[in-house]
Design a protein. Structure first.
Length: 229
């Protein structure tokens, strides 16, 4: 009988232990579920923040695209205006050069003749390490000079190399005559029209024109055209 009571007591102890384990598991599970719920709420808030940020970025991108379209339209109007100026300004006779020279030549296929070949796909190019590089455009004889059309040799970030290039009319025996509009001031824009410049030597007569860059840099032209008044 005593053995039976002992077994019964052990059974009760096991039962009590089982209740404690069950209670502990339930508490742990409830805490874990609460944690997961809080984490899910935090994740939802984080996801909402991400969505808000994405919407904000999309709105900013739309604004930038609209701004870019405005810039493109403005550039188109500038190019149309320059094209109209080109048609009106170069109405005089083109003075064809009998020869052209430049102070130095960088590489092959970049000689001075490339600036007067009528091909915008080629260019003249001096070396870049000499002070005051020059380019000379000779006539067949003394001629009255009007406007000079110049297309920059570069249409990218290097276009500013041409900034400050100055033209004068060569009168012979080292005599140089200043022009009314004699200096190139490079502007923004990477198209041929945007990088086309007009210099005005009206009132001068000479045997040719000379371009000099007032710095140590490359002197580059895609095209040079000299017109009579």
């Amino acid at each position: 009988m005593e053995e039976a009571y002992s077994i019964r007591d052990e059974a009760y102890e096991i039962k009590d232990s089982a209740h404690e384990v069950r209670s502990t598991l339930e508490t742990t599970l409830i805490e874990a579920l609460g944690l997961m719920k809080n984490q899910a709420t935090a994740n939802n808030l984080y996801i909402q923040e991400i969505r808000t940020s994405i919407n904000s970025l999309e709105n900013r991108m739309n604004g930038l695209e609209n701004g870019l379209q405005d810039v493109k339209q403005g550039q188109k109007r500038i190019e149309e205006t320059l094209a109209a100026i080109d048609t009106e300004s170069t109405s005089g006779e083109l003075i064809t050069p009998t020869r052209v020279e430049q102070s130095t030549t960088l590489g092959v296929e970049r000689g001075p003749e490339k600036a007067v070949d009528g091909n915008l796909g080629t260019q003249s190019h001096t070396e870049c390490v000499h002070s005051k590089p020059w380019f000379r455009y000779y006539f067949s004889g003394p001629r009255a000079v009007g406007l000079i059309k110049v297309v920059n040799g570069k249409l990218d970030r290097y276009k500013y190399r041409l900034n400050g290039a100055r033209v004068s009319v060569m009168g012979g025996e080292g005599n140089k005559r200043s022009c009314r509009v004699d200096t190139i001031t490079v502007r923004v824009g990477d198209s041929y029209l945007a990088q086309t410049y007009y210099l005005d030597c009206t009132g001068n007569t000479g045997i040719g024109v000379e371009f000099v860059l007032q710095s140590t840099n490359c002197l580059e032209f895609r095209e040079i055209e000299v017109y009579a008044p």
